[in-house]
Design a protein around this ligand. Structure first.
Ligand SMILES: [Zn+2]
Length: 208
């Protein structure tokens, strides 16, 4: 990717859009009504809109290292609250991916400085699911499973927020856990049983 080619690419993209619809940017400028909030990893291989076939205006996006939903991260919490309370998205997707460098780093005994507190949250996922993970002898399979369990726990973290609890109850907001397989290009729906999780965590995390 040549940095100078970006502006040329952009010109071409504008022309491609206008060739199909002369009012494209007039419409785009009017505002957004996305139905999806996507929370994914910053990994350069997981190019959200492209892999979902989504167009500008269709998906509200937040990305960080290892697609984390951390209750004291003002960034992700602002995105979630804005998307749920103001944009009124119908679905929230947490999408992890196999071969995630963030998850891999959290499996290693190494001091990574400022990344330590961030990755600590993934180590917590490991601790919660230690019994299952320690039974997997193949390191690659264990790593893949931690990616999946991390997605599940970040979905649970979403359900712990008052904004999501309210929207689930009042207007049927749904939370989805997905994994993008970088080896095949496929998006895998983990089909997490949220009703069951919601029931289980309500006793402790019920806010509204
Ligand atoms: Zn990643």
């Amino acid at each position: 990717m040549n940095i100078d080619s970006i502006f040329e690419n952009n010109k071409q993209w504008i022309q491609d859009k206008l060739d199909v619809d002369a009012n494209y940017f007039e419409e785009l400028g009017k505002g957004q009504t996305p139905e999806l909030l996507y929370i994914g990893c910053s990994d350069s291989r997981v190019s959200t809109e492209e892999l979902m076939g989504a167009k500008p205006g269709e998906v509200f996006v937040h990305r960080n290292i290892a697609n984390m939903v951390i209750s004291i991260d003002l960034n992700v919490m602002s995105v979630v609250n804005y998307a749920v309370d103001f944009l009124k998205v119908k679905h929230i997707i947490v999408c992890g991916h196999y071969a995630c460098g963030g998850v891999k780093a959290a499996m290693q005994s190494v001091d990574l400085g400022i990344l330590n507190p961030w990755l600590r949250n993934i180590r917590d996922v490991y601790r919660i699911h230690k019994n299952e993970l320690n039974q997997i002898s193949d390191e690659e399979k264990k790593y893949d499973r931690l990616v999946e369990l991390n997605v599940q726990e970040q979905c649970v973290n979403l359900i712990k927020t008052a904004a999501v609890q309210k929207a689930v109850r009042n207007r049927g907001l749904t939370v989805h856990g997905w994994v993008f397989d970088v080896h095949t290009g496929k998006i895998i729906d983990l089909k997490i049983d949220f009703d069951d999780i919601l029931k289980n965590i309500r006793e402790i995390y019920h806010l509204d």
